[in-house]
Design a protein around this ligand. Structure first.
Ligand SMILES: Cc1cc2nc3c(=O)[nH]c(=O)nc-3n(C[C@H](O)[C@H](O)[C@H](O)COP(=O)(O)OP(=O)(O)OC[C@H]3O[C@@H](n4cnc5c(N)ncnc54)[C@H](O)[C@@H]3O)c2cc1C
Length: 399
């Protein structure tokens, strides 16, 4: 693949930069710099989505007829790069990168006409109701039950680890509609209004002390049958299709940002005159991760080429998900080591701050410790790395 940028592409980059210079307020940049967790805070993320939406750029990967940009693969890549360079807030993926593509692939014309514009504008915020206590890796064993009653299903059960359910007004969910036969063949896919009577959202505080996760309870919740995506008992096919989009992300962009921050930190000089940039072990580890980031980037571009051609990412998104998670965690580790090198372990207030306090200049966006904690989740969320390896073994290596 030719990743050299043509004159037209560079002109496109100029157009994006000009837009970002004008549209990204200092408040939004600051929020992006201070993100210390898997998800951007909802306020700045939705404000930024609103600005992008007004420009028609909220979902560059969607087909143009549904509100995509029609940009080439290289242009989309440049856009992603420039957004990170300019420190734009991250967009929340559940609506734009998961629910939207799923509806485009499997929704009825009515569902698409109703929901897609609301996803783009941010009017609807979606959460994902897949996992249950006891049904994570073995997702098909899920037990939340939906029983048809007139024009509705009546839903009872519970979902867990539901990211941002506290902000969402809609949930896409997997429910059991049949008990006998193969467990995958008794699952349906529902779009559930989170304001329906009978839904309770209970917070779960994560290892970094942040409220992103929830458990959601359903007690006789009525969901119109027209809110089903696909046929009854065919939800597993829709669920797997959506997971390909969930598992693919431009992880190399985030990786490069963190590596850039570590490099910047390593160029500073300690009070005793020493600098990490002179440490050959550190330099080797940094270079190794930079090379790995370039390799990941090249693989991601191949998947983007598929998306450009209107194809879903395919099982290769599982392979990329593993690489992405592992590299990010190794990079965070290097960031923490760099912090240790520059830390003053005998400064009492540093000890009192605990792990949630970004130890070095938060205004510079260096918050490796909280990111280190948050990114532990990268190899679990969206399917653990072990499960992704099983998929690679079966679907790619045909083992
Ligand atoms: C930050 C975060 C956000 C999340 N957000 C959402 C969300 O928004 N919506 C949602 O529905 N879910 C969400 N999840 C849940 C996530 O999908 C599950 O945690 C994940 O699928 C693993 O399931 P589990 O937690 O039940 O672990 P288990 O399935 O119990 O796995 C425990 C361990 O056993 C291993 N294991 C299990 N089965 C196998 C096997 N067959 N072969 C090899 N190893 C195996 C796993 O790899 C893991 O190490 C989120 C999770 C996290 C951490």
């Amino acid at each position: 693949m030719d990743v050299k940028f043509s004159q037209e592409d560079e002109a496109f980059r100029g157009k994006i930069r000009a837009f970002l210079n004008v549209s990204l307020t200092e408040g939004l940049r600051d929020a992006a710099r201070k993100r210390t967790s898997l998800w951007q805070d909802i306020k700045s993320s939705m404000s930024w989505q609103q600005i992008l939406h007004e420009k028609g750029w909220a979902a560059p990967d969607w087909p143009i007829e549904y509100g995509g940009t029609g940009w080439s693969l290289v242009q989309r890549y440049i856009f992603a790069q420039e957004c990170v360079r300019a420190e734009a807030p991250a967009l929340i993926p559940m609506s734009l990168r998961m629910c939207g593509p799923m509806l485009i692939g499997y929704g009825t014309e009515k569902q698409k006409a109703h929901y897609l514009p609301r996803i783009l504008s941010g009017k609807d915020i979606w959460c994902q109701g897949y996992s249950e206590p006891g049904s994570g890796s073995d997702l098909a064993s899920l037990q939340t039950r939906a029983v048809a009653n007139g024009d509705d299903y009546i839903v009872n059960g519970t979902k867990i680890w539901t990211s941002y359910a506290q902000h969402a007004n809609m949930m896409f969910a997997l429910v059991r509609t049949k008990n006998d036969g193969k467990k995958q063949e008794g699952i349906s896919f529902l779009l559930i209004d989170m304001t329906s009577p009978g839904i309770t959202v209970r917070p779960i505080i994560n290892i970094a002390g942040v409220h992103e996760l929830n458990q959601v309870f359903f007690e006789n919740v009525r969901v119109p049958i027209i809110n089903r995506v696909g046929e009854e008992n065919s939800g597993w096919t829709v669920a797997k299709y959506l997971l390909q989009f969930e598992r693919f992300s431009m992880g190399s962009v985030e990786l490069r940002r963190t590596l850039g921050r570590i490099e910047a930190l390593a160029k500073t000089t300690r009070a005793d005159g020493e600098s990490l940039r002179d440490d050959s072990d550190f330099a080797r580890d940094l270079k190794y991760l930079q090379i790995k980031a370039t390799m990941l980037e090249a693989s991601e571009q191949r998947v983007l080429a598929n998306l450009s051609a209107g194809k879903p990412p395919g099982p290769v998104s599982s392979a990329l998900n593993i690489q992405n998670a592992e590299l990010l965690q190794e990079t965070d580790m290097l960031g923490v080591e760099a912090l240790g090198y520059y830390a003053n372990p005998y400064e009492p207030e540093a000890l009192e701050g605990g792990t949630n306090r970004p130890p070095i200049a938060p205004e510079n966006g260096i918050a490796f410790l909280p990111m280190y904690l948050s990114n532990r989740m990268k190899s679990i969320a969206g399917g653990s790395s072990e499960i992704q390896r099983n998929i690679v073994a079966k679907a790619i290596l045909q083992l």
